[in-house]
Design a protein around this ligand. Structure first.
Ligand SMILES: Nc1ncnc2c1ncn2[C@@H]1O[C@H](COP(=O)(O)OP(=O)(O)OP(=O)(O)O)[C@@H](O)[C@H]1O
Ligand SMILES: [Mg+2]
Length: 284
């Protein structure tokens, strides 16, 4: 039987430590499954715990320079603990929406709240701390070629000044979660595209952000590997992590039960609400 990523840590080392209390955010949280990495509470200030949406776009419009309106009065909410796909034709503004959420760009009009915080009110010096709460995954993981897999994944922890012990434990938990524990000493150029993408995912989750934003994470992968990567996101979602995935992989996501938000001509509509599968759509 193929080894199931994450199992060892779920049942071993990480279990000995306090398991994440996601009970406030997700019904699956108590199952223990997938808590291998998210094994201690995510630090969310009390005042913000009650917010129902992790992302809230309120009448947001955006354009680049004098160009056309990419987002035109977009209202969008991603619930805490929700996983959704973002689809739409090339150039529709999917990456733009993710960039606005991660404060990599600011909208021309409208309000964006992330976990109840109005992004407009975040002072410049607090932007790095804000960004650390979000795990961002791009189509090209841009790994450091001269650094080992371990060192690449450790980077976000080093930036935060984590201690050596903690770094080792967390990096291995993250690598285990993506099924790459055996590759910790390898250098990225020696890995397959799918493996490199999974290293990028490990790096994005190693500091346990409560929100993951993925931009075409399966764009360079074959169908089997693409399915595995989507399943990884689903496993993080099962322990309470909120996940938004921009993707063109319609064939893949149509078989999954998650909500599909569709962006086209500046408008955002739910192509499929939460909790419906293709089957329920066809026969329900
Ligand atoms: N920095 C920028 N400056 C000017 N125009 C930009 C910039 N970034 C994006 N655009 C334009 O904004 C539009 C939306 O781009 P965006 O990358 O958000 O689309 P997308 O839905 O992610 O497309 P794709 O599926 O091809 O990735 C495109 O027309 C693009 O050319
Ligand atoms: Mg894009």
């Amino acid at each position: 039987m193929p080894r199931q990523p994450g199992r060892a840590v779920a049942e071993g080392r990480a279990r000995a430590r306090p398991i994440a209390d996601f009970s406030h955010s997700h019904p699956h949280a108590r199952s223990g499954r997938g808590s291998y990495l998210y094994d201690s509470p995510i630090p969310i200030p009390d005042s913000r715990k009650k917010v129902a949406d992790i992302i809230h776009f309120h009448h947001v419009s955006h354009r680049y320079g004098g160009g056309p309106e990419i987002l035109a009065d977009v209202n969008f909410r991603l619930g805490k603990g929700e996983m959704a796909f973002l689809t739409g034709p090339s150039g529709a503004g999917k990456s733009t929406l993710l960039r606005l959420t991660a404060l990599l760009a600011r909208p021309v009009r409208g309000q964006i709240l992330v976990e109840g915080t109005d992004l407009q009110t975040i002072k410049r010096r607090h932007i790095p701390a804000f960004r650390r709460q979000i795990g961002v995954i791009f189509q090209d993981p841009s790994l450091l070629k001269e650094r080992t897999v371990f060192e690449n994944v450790a980077l976000p922890l080093l930036i935060r000044g984590a201690s050596g012990d903690d770094i080792g434990r967390r990096v291995r938990a993250a690598l285990d979660a993506v099924g790459l524990l055996a590759k910790e000493k390898a250098y990225p150029p020696t890995l397959s595209g799918g493996e490199q993408q999974r290293v990028g995912i490990a790096r994005a989750v190693v500091a346990r952000p409560p929100l993951l934003l993925a931009d075409e994470p399966t764009g360079n992968l074959d169908p089997d590997m693409a399915r595995e990567v989507m399943q990884l996101f689903m496993r993080f979602n099962e322990v309470g992590v909120s996940v938004l995935v921009a993707t063109h992989a319609r064939g893949l996501i149509e078989r999954l039960p998650h909500r599909i938000a569709h962006l086209e001509k500046g408008r955002l509509d739910d192509l499929r609400p939460a909790g419906l599968t293709e089957k329920t759509l066809d026969f329900g």
